[in-house]
Write a protein that binds this ligand. Structure first.
Ligand SMILES: [Zn+2]
Length: 347
């Protein structure tokens, strides 16, 4: 007997589409399941001005499969030179849905990120006034901080001071990976939310490092201990309004991943929903998947949930390709290391 689950069409509140040939190859995988996505601005060079965002949005729309209805929600990359008036204008015309903060050097293409937070205070103040969310890559980048402690250190040293200084600023702590991050979001009131990826619901650091290193499981923030993963599963499946899906699907070619110094990122767009359904089912929480994937995100971003629905079916294990081809070379699809029984009907 086939079991089915119908949800409002989900959105992805953290997505890397890249550009050019890579974008053309990966975008259809997101557009077939998701109605909207917050598009990360870490291109080379990054998306820093409203003109950059408009041009990137147009390239995305031109590459979107016809009839999919997919809508990119653009962001600006916060730099120490970002102009408050540009942010205000771009927010007021609906060109951008958020601004993204990368601490300098935190992840792929983040060299232009912020070193001195006092230099972005006026921008943050403007965002607080217009209600525009700040999406943060929540890791410090100081070489002396252990990579497994960088999220907790960011909360103490960077995010908490910003939020005390500007309590009205609305913040999305992206790709939460620790019990500390979960607790910080939970205790932070209405003005803060946390996104959680599909892969962080599945991976702990043993999957990455024990019995051989697995470059396709290397992402930032890096997967943590099992206790942290359990906290993420608890938060995602809780139904609490402050947690929602941001896949952080981040394609790199296999050539870039399988290097002595390989790139960080998991490409999960093709099977993120199947992975989520599996995780939620195991927790007895399938009835809360819609809140996590389709309702809590729009509510935080002050948008309507999508009117249309998708249906997931539980059947024989999902048939997702191990790799997709791009003109830049193959990209490996995230392998959760377990059978995926749920698939999107017709998708
Ligand atoms: Zn990301």
């Amino acid at each position: 007997m086939t079991r089915t689950l119908t949800l409002r069409r989900p959105d992805d509140w953290h997505l890397h589409l890249r550009d050019g040939a890579m974008m053309h190859a990966v975008l259809p995988w997101t557009a077939r399941h998701f109605a909207r996505a917050i598009i990360m601005p870490n291109l080379v060079p990054p998306v820093v001005t409203p003109a950059d965002a408009a041009a990137y949005r147009d390239r995305i729309l031109a590459a979107t499969p016809r009839g999919s209805g997919f809508r990119p929600l653009m962001t600006l990359y916060l730099t120490e030179e970002t102009q408050p008036r540009d942010v205000r204008a771009a927010a007021e015309i609906g060109l951008i849905a958020a601004v993204k903060l990368y601490p300098a050097g935190a992840t792929t293409n983040s060299a232009s990120g912020v070193k001195d937070f006092s230099k972005v205070r006026r921008v943050l103040e403007t965002m607080a006034q217009v209600g525009l969310p700040l999406c943060v890559h929540g890791e410090v980048t100081d070489a002396e901080v252990d990579i497994f402690d960088r999220e907790a250190a960011f909360l103490d040293r960077v995010l908490d001071p910003i939020r005390r200084d500007l309590p009205e600023l609305r913040v999305v702590l992206e790709h939460v990976t620790t019990t500390d991050g979960v607790a910080y979001v939970r205790e932070g009131g209405d003005g803060i939310a946390g996104t959680i990826t599909a892969h962080h619901l599945v991976l702990n650091r043993n999957h990455l490092l024990a019995g051989g290193i697995r470059p396709h499981y290397y992402c930032l923030p890096v997967a943590k201990r099992e206790t942290h993963r359990r906290a993420l599963v608890g938060a995602a499946t809780s139904g609490e309004a402050s947690f929602f899906l941001g896949t952080d699907s981040a394609p790199h070619t296999d050539a870039a991943k399988l290097q002595p110094c390989g790139c960080a990122g998991c490409f999960t767009a093709p099977n993120a929903l199947s992975v989520l359904a599996e995780v939620f089912e195991a927790e007895g929480a399938l009835d809360r998947l819609e809140a996590f994937a389709s309702l809590n995100g729009p509510a935080f971003y002050r948008l309507e949930p999508n009117a249309e629905t998708i249906t997931l079916e539980r059947a024989a294990p999902e048939d997702v390709p191990a790799q997709i081809d791009t003109e830049d070379g193959p990209v490996t699809v995230f392998d959760p290391g377990m059978a995926l029984h749920w698939r999107v009907s017709g998708g």
